[in-house]
Write a protein that binds this ligand. Structure first.
Ligand code: GLA
Length: 731
């Protein structure tokens, strides 16, 4: 990693191990321009890539065609309303309601380390691990300062970008839009990759060609969402897992977002990522500062696989803070699909006792333990234990579970309130709503107004006092509805446009307090399955529930899309009962285990009632978890085949960082009659070392496995799976 400044050419070169990013300051006025982002460069002087000597560039002294220049110049951070008609990165309404912004270079700093982002999740590293470039730009008319941050990391090909806006003027202004990153580049018949989804179908990969005009994904739902993920990549036409250029952009934020590619009249692209401007308006009084969240950019010249591994390493080493990030997580059993709301102390203890016999290590009590919640129509907000269900109280239950030899975990949905709750009856104004409008219910509940400090304090105490009352070692923090009727009784008229962002800041503040008071708590975020699986939440919790769909086949696609960006150690995955509760599919217990092993691993079933032959398989699965979890958590991930593309089988691999072993996951989704065995080429190993496939006598060179591959015989039946452990013979 390195960041260089060339004073003569006024160019900055930001280098990771394999990539360079170059920006320059152009003309006397100091337009910040973008020159290059791609494979590492020797030279810093690539200012010619900005084409400043060609028409329609016109030096500032000649104002005749300034608009033409502004509308084509590859701007580093585009202002608004003064000649560049492409997507702006910032929009301000000044005291007169005018919207123009234009930013010019003022100064810069290059320093070791990376500053914290107050109140926001962000990547981090020591002075030896990362370095930062800060460019201060200024709109002299508004007396506005916009600071552009770029940080690079010694161990990962990623650049973290973000923006800080400071009102240095004497009047209040409204920040109407702020992107965290904008990148102009030439098009070369590139295509765009995004992740779309729905409840139980999160993060499905989708490719599209890039047409003229704007194409985007986004969320205005108050969370990052099931529907669209705060990610986009632009990639060369031939991009595969192993070859081709790809530029990835991932937003470290858990609320509304916009991720967009615009192709203009000259076929250049502008990529924009930031808080969704829809409904956003934030007052900046004189001296006020607005921190925009971070975007993680990764360029890979070796296709999607290298991009995924860069994101995985960055998140494992520089985003997740939990002490569990590099620890084996306790194998949990969650009672949601086992009992739904219908449980009591005896039922939970029976599950715990049977789970203990099978080697499971923690019982998680899901929704339904508080207030009078026997279905999803009541009691959110009333976080007192329901002693009719849990006779003897919570501490008694936890102590009994501990006595059986299991840890105990609990479910909360702290951000919500049920209309049928004491909390709502006492404080109807604490729910998000628009005056004179009956707010829309979703899952028969409302969202608490987390812009209101007393609500944040109340919610925190609810969760913390339960955790203080017993030996609770894990929390599943759920969020089961998206925001509508976005109005706050706390914010005045001028500040309603701040609510969505303040809500997210409230969630972050709550979770920060929680992990500060309970530093050893294992926190798992969740949102109706995986609707808030985003890098922002990973700053607080080392794992996130990936999807309510626990079907092993559905999970292949969901986990593939998730692992495109996230390390397997973060992907909440459980073995559940069949017929699967979401799709009704029946898959072998063994396959369900193998698929869940490529995540955090746990169970979500009534262990006292599943078929004996399934129950008998659990100790073996537990053994596999203990055998392979270090490798799965820490290793490099390779996607080999996707059944979404080939319709028959799925295959992925985790390789140890030192190349000493690998675990290949092979799932035969559909059997194919009268067909050959399959040959799978195994990437990632050391070409010159020799390896043995566990259970076989012969050995292979790494290069043989990579080029000639391994034979996987056809298995009888659909939904069959196989784990193949490959170990170096020189160990
Ligand atoms: C959400 C979660 C589930 C479960 C239920 C409880 O849907 O994703 O795992 O906790 O809520 O209501």
């Amino acid at each position: 990693m390195n960041i260089l400044y060339d004073e003569t050419g006024r160019l900055f070169k930001i280098d990771t191990q394999h990539t360079s990013y170059v920006l320059g300051i152009v003309d006397e006025e100091g337009f910040p321009g973008h020159a290059y982002y791609g494979p590492i460069l020797e030279d810093i002087d690539v200012a010619y890539c900005m084409r400043i000597a060609e028409p329609p560039f016109v030096p500032s002294q000649n104002n005749r065609d300034r608009g033409c220049f502004l509308d084509t110049f590859p701007t580093e951070f585009p202002g608004n309303g003064v000649g560049d008609y492409r997507e702006s990165a910032i929009e301000i309404a000044d005291g007169n309601g005018n919207r123009a912004v234009q930013l010019f270079y003022k100064s810069h700093r290059i320093y070791p380390g990376k500053p914290k982002k107050e109140g926001l999740p962000a990547t981090f590293g020591t002075d030896a691990e990362c370095m930062t470039l800060e460019i201060v730009t200024q709109d002299p008319v508004l007396d506005l300062e916009v600071i552009l941050f770029y940080s690079v990391f010694a161990d990962t090909d990623a650049i973290a970008r973000s923006v800080r806006v400071v009102n240095r003027g004497k009047e209040s202004i409204q920040l109407e839009k702020i992107m965290s990153a904008s990148l102009d580049m030439d098009n070369d018949n590139y295509k765009m990759l995004t992740l779309h989804g729905s409840w139980a179908r999160e993060r499905q990969m989708e490719w599209r060609s890039i047409g003229h005009g704007r194409q985007s994904v986004g969320s205005v739902r108050g969370e990052s969402s099931h529907q669209e993920h705060p990610f986009l990549a632009v990639a060369s036409e031939n991009c595969t897992q192993t070859a081709g250029d790809v530029w990835g952009f991932h937003f470290v934020y858990s609320g509304n977002f916009l991720a967009q590619v615009e192709r203009n009249q000259f076929d250049s692209l502008r990529i924009s990522m930031g808080i969704h401007p829809g409904g956003f308006s934030y007052e900046l009084k004189p001296g006020d500062v607005f921190e925009a969240p971070e975007v993680i950019m990764v360029y890979s010249a070796e296709g999607l696989g290298a991009m995924s591994r860069a994101y995985h390493d960055l998140y494992r080493n520089h985003l997740i803070r939990s002490p569990y990030k590099d620890r084996k997580r306790p194998i949990l059993i969650n009672n949601w699909e086992a009992t739904y709301f219908d449980f009591d102390t005896d039922k939970l203890l029976a599950i715990a006792a049977e789970a203990k016999k099978a080697g499971i290590e923690m019982l998680v009590m899901d929704d339904g333990w508080f207030g009078h919640r026997n279905d999803d129509n009541s009691s959110l907000g009333d976080w007192q234990v329901n002693e009719e269900k849990l006779s003897g109280g919570l501490k008694y239950l936890v102590d009994q579970v501990n006595a059986i030899g299991l840890k105990f975990g609990i479910w909360f949905e702290p951000e919500m309130v049920s209309p049928d709750s004491d909390l709502y009856r006492q404080h109807p104004d604490w729910a998000i709503a628009v005056p004179n409008r009956v707010p829309c219910r979703l899952r028969n509940q409302y969202v608490l107004d987390l812009s209101r400090p007393e609500v944040v304090d109340y919610v925190y105490e609810c969760v913390a006092s339960v955790l203080r009352s017993a030996n609770i070692e894990y929390v599943k923090w759920d969020m089961n509805r998206q925001l509508t009727d976005v109005g706050s009784g706390y914010l005045d008229n001028k500040h309603q446009g701040e609510l969505m962002h303040r809500y997210v800041l409230g969630v972050y503040a709550l979770q920060e307090r929680l992990i500060t008071e309970f530093p050893n708590l294992l926190l798992e975020n969740c949102s109706g399955g995986g609707a808030r699986f985003d890098p922002g939440m990973l700053y607080y919790s080392p794992q996130i529930w990936c999807s309510d769909d626990t079907d092993a086949v559905e999970r292949l696609g969901i986990q593939e899309g998730t692992a495109l960006l996230y390390p397997l150690s973060t992907i909440g995955a459980h073995v559940s009962d069949c017929p699967n509760h979401t799709v009704g599919r029946v898959t072998p217990f063994e396959t369900r285990g193998h698929v869940a092993l490529a995540g955090t691993f746990g169970y979500e079933l009534d262990i006292t009632r599943i078929p004996q032959e399934d129950r008998d398989m659990i100790p073996g699965q537990v053994e596999l978890y203990h055998k392979y979890n270090d490798l799965i958590r820490r290793g490099d991930y390779y996607r080999i085949a996707s059944y979404r593309d080939n319709h028959f089988y799925d295959c992925y691999e985790v390789v140890a960082k030192d190349r000493s072993e690998a675990l290949l996951f092979y799932i035969q989704v559909m059997n194919r009659p009268n067909y050959h065995s399959r040959i799978i080429k195994v990437p990632g190993l050391d070409d010159t070392r020799r390896y043995r496939v566990e259970g076989e006598e012969r050995t292979y060179a790494g290069s043989t496995l990579r080029n000639a591959g391994l034979v996987i015989p056809n298995m009888w039946g659909d939904f069959q799976s196989k784990l193949i452990h490959i170990v170096a013979t020189d160990l």
